[in-house]
Design a protein around this ligand. Structure first.
Ligand code: F6R
Length: 603
């Protein structure tokens, strides 16, 4: 979603830093981009609808020693040049991530006060408030504080003002950080990646804090004006520069990285391949012992990982449920002591998950963040942190982060079970043995790519597709459908196989390709019957199965899945490949599908 970067440097122009930062943030998803530089008498704003490459073209001869840049993912107002940020009003230019919920009311008040609006955005009210405060004689920081105090909703704001070589910023609810090169360069950004290789230390701005950077340093205050403590941390350098290498798309690269990513995650969390509760940090053993119930909170693909984990936890007798974060926020549990709230998120910044975690925490739960981005907001706020260790994921469609989350959720399941003394040593050894096989089994699953390409030709010609499965393969059917629709734009539905005859079966005819998930487990006879019901109605079946599935004349691809627990991780691979190859045939923008963003920082 929207990205922010800002820079002040004494000795040089900042255009390259801003453009480089915005390019790094491109993967988050956006539809317009802009820059603003401080001049003596005005601010110079340049913006485009479309890509940062276009912005680079039109800003070739513009530069300055203080400037801000933004990539906008439209929420209020069309994704065109005039709604792009930074928004210039009077003597200021302002960029905003988040949503200002009271914008309509503020717009009315400001219009009554004679202000004329030029964009359809919710953000423009903040630019007017800031410009008015400066016109009233406030210094830049006070003007930003007064502006922030009037806003309801979520925001990270950065702004520049004519004749003032500094950047004012404010945060409430949307990520924002400051950075320095330890010399005379100070920066702001919505994501550490934008400052990769530029800043050596970082300060994560807290909610309801404001500040000012200039080449002289940084001032940080609360929105009430109290001086705030500055907690600087080293910014890990060389956080990898992610290159496509031999691959056509990041999604393809990330699908194929899964065996290595999982191997690295296992090495990190199960050194010597042993399950040690101490590895979870101080107090984890007693925390896990006290845990009476687990609620796993997430969105999208991460929610599907959460749903799969509930089958594992229940299998070991641990009461649990998975909750969609955006629903949980407004209908939380009446929590009592002993609840472990696990937030699962690739980015660790998803607004709904972050808020739902805060809701759970304030109701008394202990929170665990299972995230892929180490310094993300969820990682910083949770009581306990588990890293997915998947490596940077650029493609908007989550792939390797999904299987890495599942790996960690399985390890967490074992840890909880072990702490409660209900994990038999033989079962622990058996599950760990399955886990050790995982990278090898994933490599084997990748080998069916050619057959999947053949399937994809059929799917690319369809208007609609179904995915069906049972038990842990039901959430996986949901995931297969989500992957297909988000990057190929084909309507797709995932369905619990037993539910088919309660409605969805009416959709089945020979034009609708149907993926059946039929692993070798105790439910194989049941899913086989469900698939027979589909075949009897002319449904065109494409089945992913183990060795035992037997339905003559059915297009079946065989997978070796290594046992009940690992099965959904292995079956995820061909589903990702199917979505990828279908989208490839349709020629869509695979890594940046329309309307979607990698990091969803608005509700
Ligand atoms: C789908 C996808 C999204 C995300 C969802 C949550 O491929 O990527 O559905 O899973 O937006 O994002 P995170 O995991 O960052 O909280």
């Amino acid at each position: 979603m929207c990205g922010i970067v800002g820079a002040c440097r004494a000795d040089n122009g900042v255009r390259q830093i801003l453009l480089r930062g915005l390019t790094t943030l491109e993967y988050r998803g956006y539809d317009s981009a802009g820059l603003a530089f401080v001049g003596d008498k005005n601010v110079q704003r340049l913006a485009v609808a479309g890509r940062v490459a276009k912005l680079r073209q039109i800003t070739k001869i513009t530069d300055g020693s203080t400037g801000i840049g933004h990539t906008r993912w439209a929420t209020h107002g069309a994704p065109d040049e005039h709604n792009a940020h930074p928004i210039a009003v009077g003597q200021v230019a302002l960029a905003h991530n988040g949503i200002i919920e009271n914008h309509a009311e503020l717009r009315r008040e400001l219009t009554d006060a004679g202000r004329v609006f030029h964009t359809d955005t919710d953000s423009e009210v903040a630019a007017h408030l800031l410009d008015m405060a400066l016109a009233d004689g406030d210094d830049f920081l006070t003007a930003m504080r007064r502006t922030a105090a009037k806003l309801h909703g979520a925001y990270a704001l950065v702004a520049v003002a004519a004749g003032n070589n500094s950047i004012a910023f404010a945060r409430d609810g949307s990520p924002l950080m400051a950075g320095t090169d330890n010399k005379n360069g100070f920066f702001v950004a919505s994501d550490a990646q934008a400052l990769n290789g530029i800043a050596h230390r970082a300060l994560y701005v807290e909610d309801r804090h404001c500040g000012l950077i200039s080449t002289a340093g940084i001032t940080l205050v609360t929105t009430d004006g109290e001086t705030a403590a500055q907690n600087w941390q080293p910014l890990p350098s060389g956080s990898e520069t992610v290159l496509l290498g031999e691959h056509r798309h990041f999604m393809e690269k990330e699908i194929f990285e899964q065996p290595d990513a999982i191997a690295a995650a296992l090495q990190h969390h199960l050194p010597k391949h042993q399950l040690s509760l101490r590895h979870f940090g101080n107090g984890a053993t007693s925390l896990f012992k006290r845990t009476r119930q687990v609620v796993i909170i997430a969105c999208g693909t991460s929610y599907h990982a959460a749903l799969i984990a509930t089958y594992w936890l229940r299998n070991f007798g641990i009461p649990c449920r998975a909750a969609i974060a955006s629903e949980y926020r407004y209908c939380p549990d009446k929590l009592a002591a002993g609840v472990l709230a696990v937030g699962v998120s690739q980015s660790g910044e998803t607004a709904d998950t972050l808020s739902a975690m805060r809701t759970a925490k304030s109701a008394g739960a202990t929170t665990v963040a299972l995230v892929n981005v180490p310094h993300s907001a969820m990682a910083r706020e949770a009581d306990l942190l588990m890293l997915a260790c998947a490596g940077t994921e650029i493609g908007v469609a989550a792939t390797k982060s999904f299987t890495a989350q599942l790996t960690q959720l399985l390890i967490l399941t074992l840890a909880l079970t072990k702490a409660r003394n209900v994990l038999a040593p033989a079962q622990e050894e058996d599950t760990l043995m399955q886990l050790r096989q995982l990278p090898y089994l994933m490599r084997r699953a990748l080998l069916i790519e050619d057959d999947i390409r053949r399937w994809a030709r059929v799917f690319a010609g369809a208007d609609s597709a179904l995915f069906i499965g049972r038990h842990t393969h039901y959430p996986l059917a949901l995931e297969g459908a989500l992957k297909l629709k988000e990057i190929s734009y084909i309507h797709a539905e995932g369905c619990a196989a037993g539910e088919l005859k309660h409605g969805t079966l009416a959709l089945v005819d020979k034009r609708v390709p149907i993926v059946g998930l039929a692993p070798d487990n105790e439910l194989l006879p049941k899913i086989t019957s469900n698939l027979a019901e589909v075949a009897a109605r002319d449904g065109r079946l494409f089945v992913l199965a183990g060795e035992k599935f037997d339905m003559p004349a059915t297009d079946t691809l065989r997978l070796q899945d290594g046992g009940n627990f690992l099965s959904p991780l292995i079956y995820a691979v061909p589903l990702q490949l199917l979505a990828y190859h279908t989208a490839l045939q349709k020629g869509t923008d695979i890594d940046k599908p329309r309307n979607l963003a990698k990091s969803v920082t608005v509700e």
